[in-house]
Design a protein around this ligand. Structure first.
Ligand code: FAD
Length: 511
């Protein structure tokens, strides 16, 4: 059926997604009228809600913006943009003040901050709330602010399908499915993608159905520039159980002494000088290699849970018990899993994309902060700082009325999660674009994805767009004939140093 009738008179700000980035953008855009779309209960269907460790900020007594920027660049595979890193991390202190004022109950050590040390950080700087329920605590506080904000109207149960564009190619809102499954044109002067990541494109992932890359896919379809699509961070310790998404076992467990072993009792990370605390991508590859050779990988966290150290992991304890595992006496089966997408919609410092009327913030955006590999806990920081920056920049823009939207065909009846082609795509990406890649497997996956794409009817927009995004990701991975950050090619195992610098991923200048 053709896309639905417009909501009358709606020329305000449209925010697609109610994770931390979208909530922050909505608050910062006040008093401009904001419509926010979220497919489910606000904030709950989001990676933000699941975030455990916390938010990185250089607020400890021995820390500084410079040290935090240095750590971010070190992890990023010689590909992060130092200017972006200084901007985002330079805004961390103000971001934490904002969250405190919003009511986030950060954990304290008496009068001081309680700050965790995580892999890749030279200083303890991860602020957390409610132990390992940091994301939920932040979302709940922000949602309480948005709920009572007179300028925001939240449309729950609404899902954006594709961006609406005018004859010049400017974005004029989205074509969406409303709570009743009807197609609706939601018009807007400024449209903000805050749709999160793309981990769901992989069969094994910590990301829920909300993180299927729909924002990047919509932006690609509208002609916006994207970058770093090949850079996907895999977490080494997702709990290997019959669940989708897979529950995450935080890295901090290994920090507290848990060790990765095979079923035969060999230490998986024995050969690395940092052992189980080696960088996340290195550990993820080791876990993947073991699994490929048929060995079960297990996390031995018995010593942690049997001691007082276990008190710091109430969430991990609860989730293992929910799957009938007793972590005090049993080893925990684990697998690597797609976790975070460094790539996204290219934006400038304000969050504006390369297409008129389109903005992006949070995991869906490419700011240059993460380069080819994300420093743990920098993503919540980016979501807060860049979400607020986008809202504030939109507020400074003169309101305008956009031109009419071009018609599109949308088939409203498709359940994408149940579609065999979608599940096949997820398995294909896992095999071809997992922690270890090679040109031949990637080329086969590209050919298979192209063949599937021609058989998907034009009206099945979401399924088509996801295949087009997958193709762009596979193509980026096959084109990058080197190993850098989270992108590891078995057939090109070393970094091409001549490509170092932010331009290794994408030039800073936005056209
Ligand atoms: C298990 C887990 C633990 C993590 N732990 C940490 C951590 O400790 N620290 C850290 O910094 N990072 C962590 N991360 C990463 C971090 O949570 C995310 O990068 C961050 O929350 C992204 O925020 P966001 O607002 O951009 O996206 P999300 O929080 O994912 O929000 C996206 C929103 O968009 C909506 N949406 C998606 N598609 C559509 C559509 N088509 N139409 C309408 N709405 C749509 C979703 O429903 C959701 O409301 C973790 C991630 C996971 C999965």
């Amino acid at each position: 059926m053709p896309a639905g009738t417009p909501i009358p008179g709606d020329e305000g700000v449209l925010i697609v997604g109610a994770g931390i980035a979208g909530l922050c953008a909505a608050l910062a855009a006040a008093p401009r009228r904001v419509t926010m779309l979220c497919p489910d209960e606000p904030g709950r269907s989001s990676s933000s809600w699941l975030a455990q460790g916390g938010i990185a900020a250089p607020i400890g007594p021995t820390d500084s913006v410079d040290i935090h920027v240095g750590d971010t660049l070190d992890v990023a595979g010689h590909a992060a943009d130092p200017i972006a890193a200084e901007r985002v991390i330079g805004g961390a202190s103000e971001a934490i003040d904002f969250l405190v004022a919003a009511g986030v109950p950060f954990d304290r050590d008496g009068a001081a901050w309680s700050l965790h040390l995580e892999a890749g950080h030279r200083r303890p700087r991860v602020a957390h709330a409610l132990g390992d329920r940091s994301g939920a605590a932040i979302v709940a506080a922000l949602w309480e602010q948005v709920r009572v904000a007179p300028h925001v109207e939240v449309r729950c149960g609404w899902r954006a399908v594709t961006l609406a564009t005018d004859t010049r190619g400017a974005v004029v809102g989205v074509h969406a499915l409303d709570a009743g499954g009807r197609t609706v044109l939601v018009r807007a002067a400024e449209t903000v993608l805050a749709t999160g990541g793309a981990g769901r494109l992989f069969r094994y992932t910590t990301n829920g159905p909300w993180a299927a890359g729909d924002g990047i896919a919509m932006a690609l379809a509208a002609g916006a520039r994207t970058a770093a699509l090949e850079f996907v961070q895999f977490h080494p310790t997702a709990l290997r159980v019959d669940a989708d998404p897979l529950p995450l076992l935080t890295e901090a467990l290994r920090g507290a002494g848990a060790r990765l072993v095979t079923a035969r009792g060999d230490f998986v990370m024995a050969g690395h000088p940092l052992g189980d605390l080696a960088p996340r991508d290195v550990v993820a590859r080791a876990v993947w290699d073991c699994a490929q050779s048929g060995a079960d990988v297990l996390l031995d966290a018995r010593s942690v849970f049997a001691s007082a150290a276990g008190d710091a992991f109430p969430g991990a304890l609860a989730l293992t018990q929910a799957y009938g595992i007793d972590p005090v006496h049993e080893l925990l089966p684990v697998t690597a899993a797609a976790h975070y997408h460094m790539g996204g919609v290219v934006v400038d410092d304000a969050g504006h994309a390369t297409v008129d009327g389109l903005w992006a913030c949070g995991e869906v955006a490419y700011t240059g902060l993460h380069g080819a590999n994300r420093l743990a806990s920098n993503s919540l920081l980016e979501a807060v700082v860049c979400g607020r920056a986008a809202g504030a920049a939109i507020l400074r823009r003169a309101p305008l009325v956009r031109g009419p939207a071009r018609e599109v065909e949308i088939d409203s009846g498709t359940d994408v999660e149940a579609a065999p082609a979608w599940q096949a795509l997820r398995l294909r990406l896992w095999r071809a674009m997992g922690p270890v890649r090679d040109g031949a497997t990637l080329a086969t996956a590209i050919a298979e994805t192209r063949a599937t794409l021609v058989s998907i009817p034009a009206g099945q927009r979401v399924l088509r767009q996801r295949h087009e995004l997958a193709l762009a990701m596979l193509q980026a991975a096959v084109n990058r004939e080197e190993s850098r950050g989270a992108h590891f090619r078995r057939d090109f195992p070393t970094r091409d140093e001549s490509r170092d610098g932010p331009r290794a991923v994408f030039p800073r200048a936005v056209a």
